[in-house]
Design a protein around this ligand. Structure first.
Ligand code: 3NM
Length: 218
Protein backbone atom coordinates (compact mmCIF):
# COMPACT_ATOMS: atom_id res chain seq x y z
CA UNK A 1 0.00 0.00 0.00
CA UNK A 2 1.27 3.46 -0.86
CA UNK A 3 0.88 5.64 2.20
CA UNK A 4 0.60 9.40 2.49
CA UNK A 5 4.23 9.88 3.50
CA UNK A 6 5.41 7.98 0.42
CA UNK A 7 3.24 10.16 -1.80
CA UNK A 8 4.59 13.32 -0.14
CA UNK A 9 8.19 12.19 -0.63
CA UNK A 10 7.53 11.40 -4.31
CA UNK A 11 6.27 14.95 -4.79
CA UNK A 12 9.62 16.27 -3.58
CA UNK A 13 11.84 14.24 -5.88
CA UNK A 14 11.24 15.39 -9.50
CA UNK A 15 14.14 17.87 -9.59
CA UNK A 16 16.39 17.21 -6.61
CA UNK A 17 19.26 19.70 -6.67
CA UNK A 18 22.44 18.80 -4.78
CA UNK A 19 25.45 21.03 -4.25
CA UNK A 20 28.09 22.59 -2.05
CA UNK A 21 30.59 25.36 -2.61
CA UNK A 22 33.01 23.21 -4.71
CA UNK A 23 30.26 22.73 -7.34
CA UNK A 24 29.56 26.42 -7.96
CA UNK A 25 32.54 27.51 -10.12
CA UNK A 26 33.53 30.18 -7.62
CA UNK A 27 30.03 31.68 -7.47
CA UNK A 28 28.26 32.29 -4.17
CA UNK A 29 26.27 29.07 -3.54
CA UNK A 30 23.43 31.18 -2.14
CA UNK A 31 22.94 32.88 -5.51
CA UNK A 32 23.17 29.55 -7.32
CA UNK A 33 20.52 28.07 -5.03
CA UNK A 34 18.23 31.08 -5.44
CA UNK A 35 18.42 30.77 -9.22
CA UNK A 36 17.81 27.03 -9.10
CA UNK A 37 14.73 27.59 -6.93
CA UNK A 38 13.54 30.22 -9.40
CA UNK A 39 13.85 27.52 -12.07
CA UNK A 40 11.63 25.15 -10.10
CA UNK A 41 13.77 22.66 -8.16
CA UNK A 42 11.69 20.57 -5.79
CA UNK A 43 14.23 19.54 -3.13
CA UNK A 44 17.72 20.64 -2.08
CA UNK A 45 20.64 18.72 -0.56
CA UNK A 46 23.64 20.49 0.94
CA UNK A 47 26.67 18.34 0.03
CA UNK A 48 29.90 20.03 1.05
CA UNK A 49 32.40 17.44 -0.15
CA UNK A 50 35.52 17.09 -2.27
CA UNK A 51 38.54 19.25 -2.85
CA UNK A 52 38.27 22.75 -1.35
CA UNK A 53 35.15 21.82 0.61
CA UNK A 54 34.52 24.05 3.60
CA UNK A 55 34.84 22.53 7.05
CA UNK A 56 34.06 23.49 10.64
CA UNK A 57 32.41 26.86 11.24
CA UNK A 58 32.62 27.92 7.60
CA UNK A 59 30.64 24.85 6.59
CA UNK A 60 28.03 25.52 9.27
CA UNK A 61 27.67 29.19 8.24
CA UNK A 62 27.17 28.27 4.59
CA UNK A 63 24.64 25.59 5.55
CA UNK A 64 22.70 28.17 7.58
CA UNK A 65 22.61 30.62 4.67
CA UNK A 66 21.42 27.95 2.25
CA UNK A 67 18.86 26.64 4.72
CA UNK A 68 17.43 30.16 5.10
CA UNK A 69 16.95 30.42 1.32
CA UNK A 70 15.20 27.03 1.34
CA UNK A 71 12.95 28.03 4.23
CA UNK A 72 11.97 31.29 2.54
CA UNK A 73 10.98 29.32 -0.55
CA UNK A 74 9.41 26.27 1.13
CA UNK A 75 11.97 23.86 -0.30
CA UNK A 76 12.99 21.14 2.18
CA UNK A 77 16.67 21.28 3.17
CA UNK A 78 18.50 17.94 3.30
CA UNK A 79 22.03 17.51 4.68
CA UNK A 80 24.43 15.02 3.10
CA UNK A 81 26.25 12.69 5.48
CA UNK A 82 26.45 14.99 8.53
CA UNK A 83 23.91 14.07 11.18
CA UNK A 84 25.39 16.48 13.74
CA UNK A 85 24.96 19.41 11.35
CA UNK A 86 21.43 18.29 10.47
CA UNK A 87 20.50 18.11 14.16
CA UNK A 88 22.19 21.46 14.94
CA UNK A 89 20.23 23.19 12.16
CA UNK A 90 17.05 21.17 12.60
CA UNK A 91 17.25 20.31 8.89
CA UNK A 92 14.39 18.58 7.10
CA UNK A 93 16.38 15.44 6.45
CA UNK A 94 19.65 13.59 5.97
CA UNK A 95 21.05 11.62 3.05
CA UNK A 96 23.62 8.88 3.68
CA UNK A 97 25.63 6.55 1.46
CA UNK A 98 26.83 3.05 2.21
CA UNK A 99 30.15 4.28 3.64
CA UNK A 100 28.51 6.92 5.82
CA UNK A 101 26.74 6.72 9.16
CA UNK A 102 24.32 3.76 9.26
CA UNK A 103 20.84 4.67 8.12
CA UNK A 104 19.28 2.92 11.12
CA UNK A 105 21.21 5.19 13.49
CA UNK A 106 20.17 8.28 11.56
CA UNK A 107 16.52 7.16 11.70
CA UNK A 108 16.79 6.61 15.46
CA UNK A 109 18.41 9.95 16.24
CA UNK A 110 16.57 12.05 13.67
CA UNK A 111 13.13 10.50 13.68
CA UNK A 112 10.28 11.98 11.65
CA UNK A 113 12.73 13.61 9.26
CA UNK A 114 13.37 12.71 5.64
CA UNK A 115 15.95 9.92 5.31
CA UNK A 116 17.54 9.15 1.94
CA UNK A 117 19.97 6.27 1.37
CA UNK A 118 22.23 5.60 -1.62
CA UNK A 119 22.09 1.94 -2.57
CA UNK A 120 23.59 -0.14 -5.35
CA UNK A 121 22.23 -3.62 -4.75
CA UNK A 122 18.87 -5.17 -3.86
CA UNK A 123 20.38 -6.29 -0.54
CA UNK A 124 21.42 -2.74 0.33
CA UNK A 125 17.96 -1.53 -0.63
CA UNK A 126 16.30 -4.14 1.58
CA UNK A 127 18.46 -3.02 4.51
CA UNK A 128 17.74 0.67 3.82
CA UNK A 129 14.00 -0.04 3.78
CA UNK A 130 14.33 -1.93 7.07
CA UNK A 131 16.24 1.03 8.50
CA UNK A 132 13.36 3.33 7.64
CA UNK A 133 14.58 5.06 4.47
CA UNK A 134 12.05 7.38 2.80
CA UNK A 135 13.69 7.19 -0.60
CA UNK A 136 16.58 5.44 -2.34
CA UNK A 137 19.28 7.10 -4.43
CA UNK A 138 20.44 4.87 -7.30
CA UNK A 139 23.56 5.59 -9.27
CA UNK A 140 25.67 6.47 -10.95
CA UNK A 141 23.18 6.12 -13.79
CA UNK A 142 25.62 7.76 -16.24
CA UNK A 143 29.34 8.68 -15.98
CA UNK A 144 29.92 11.51 -13.53
CA UNK A 145 32.89 13.65 -12.59
CA UNK A 146 31.21 15.06 -9.48
CA UNK A 147 32.01 12.11 -7.20
CA UNK A 148 35.58 10.79 -6.94
CA UNK A 149 34.63 7.44 -5.43
CA UNK A 150 31.57 6.76 -7.59
CA UNK A 151 30.81 3.11 -8.29
CA UNK A 152 30.69 1.66 -11.79
CA UNK A 153 28.11 3.19 -14.11
CA UNK A 154 24.85 1.33 -13.54
CA UNK A 155 22.67 2.63 -16.38
CA UNK A 156 18.91 3.01 -16.11
CA UNK A 157 18.74 -0.81 -15.85
CA UNK A 158 19.43 -0.58 -12.12
CA UNK A 159 16.15 1.31 -11.65
CA UNK A 160 14.22 -1.24 -13.71
CA UNK A 161 15.83 -4.07 -11.75
CA UNK A 162 14.84 -2.55 -8.38
CA UNK A 163 11.27 -2.00 -9.58
CA UNK A 164 11.10 -5.55 -11.01
CA UNK A 165 12.10 -6.77 -7.56
CA UNK A 166 9.01 -5.14 -6.13
CA UNK A 167 10.71 -2.16 -4.51
CA UNK A 168 8.01 0.51 -4.33
CA UNK A 169 9.88 3.05 -2.20
CA UNK A 170 10.44 6.39 -3.98
CA UNK A 171 13.59 6.28 -6.12
CA UNK A 172 15.78 9.08 -7.38
CA UNK A 173 18.40 8.46 -10.07
CA UNK A 174 21.78 10.18 -9.73
CA UNK A 175 25.01 10.58 -11.67
CA UNK A 176 25.58 12.30 -15.00
CA UNK A 177 21.93 13.21 -15.41
CA UNK A 178 21.16 16.01 -17.86
CA UNK A 179 17.92 17.42 -19.22
CA UNK A 180 18.57 15.30 -22.33
CA UNK A 181 18.71 11.95 -20.53
CA UNK A 182 16.43 12.68 -17.54
CA UNK A 183 13.34 11.36 -19.26
CA UNK A 184 14.90 7.90 -19.64
CA UNK A 185 15.59 7.84 -15.91
CA UNK A 186 11.94 8.60 -15.15
CA UNK A 187 10.75 6.09 -17.73
CA UNK A 188 12.86 3.40 -16.08
CA UNK A 189 10.81 3.87 -12.92
CA UNK A 190 12.43 6.69 -10.93
CA UNK A 191 10.31 9.37 -9.27
CA UNK A 192 12.90 12.02 -9.92
CA UNK A 193 16.46 12.93 -10.80
CA UNK A 194 19.21 14.16 -8.46
CA UNK A 195 21.55 16.57 -10.18
CA UNK A 196 24.73 18.46 -9.31
CA UNK A 197 26.73 19.72 -12.28
CA UNK A 198 24.06 20.06 -14.96
CA UNK A 199 22.44 22.71 -12.76
CA UNK A 200 25.24 24.10 -10.53
CA UNK A 201 27.78 24.50 -13.36
CA UNK A 202 25.34 25.81 -15.92
CA UNK A 203 25.92 29.35 -17.22
CA UNK A 204 22.17 29.79 -16.72
CA UNK A 205 21.19 27.96 -13.54
CA UNK A 206 17.53 28.98 -13.68
CA UNK A 207 17.08 27.75 -17.24
CA UNK A 208 18.95 24.54 -16.46
CA UNK A 209 16.60 23.78 -13.56
CA UNK A 210 13.60 24.60 -15.75
CA UNK A 211 14.79 22.21 -18.45
CA UNK A 212 14.64 19.35 -15.93
CA UNK A 213 11.09 20.20 -14.98
CA UNK A 214 10.13 20.00 -18.64
CA UNK A 215 12.02 16.73 -19.09
CA UNK A 216 10.15 15.23 -16.15
CA UNK A 217 6.82 16.47 -17.42
CA UNK A 218 5.98 17.86 -14.01
N1 3NM B 1 26.30 10.24 -5.86
P1 3NM B 1 26.41 14.95 -11.28
S1 3NM B 1 26.84 10.05 -8.32
C1 3NM B 1 26.69 12.63 -5.33
O1 3NM B 1 26.26 7.16 -7.63
C2 3NM B 1 26.65 11.51 -6.27
O2 3NM B 1 25.58 7.56 -5.62
C3 3NM B 1 26.35 9.36 -6.85
O3 3NM B 1 26.71 14.59 -9.76
C4 3NM B 1 26.05 7.92 -6.69
O4 3NM B 1 24.96 15.27 -11.37
C5 3NM B 1 26.98 11.56 -7.62
O5 3NM B 1 27.27 16.19 -11.52
C6 3NM B 1 27.40 12.78 -8.37
O6 3NM B 1 26.84 13.81 -12.13
C7 3NM B 1 26.27 13.41 -9.15
Amino acid sequence: MIDKRTEQIKELLPVYFIMGSPNCNGRDPVNVLEEAIEGGITLFQFREKGEKALTGNEKVRLAERLQRVCQENHIPFIVNDDLDLAIELDADGVHVGQDDLEAGIVREKFSNKILGVSTHTIEEAAQAIKDGADYLGLGPIYPTSSKDDAEEVAGTEIIERFRDHGITLPIVGIGGITSENAEQVIQAGADGVAVISAIASSPNVEEAAKSFLRANNK
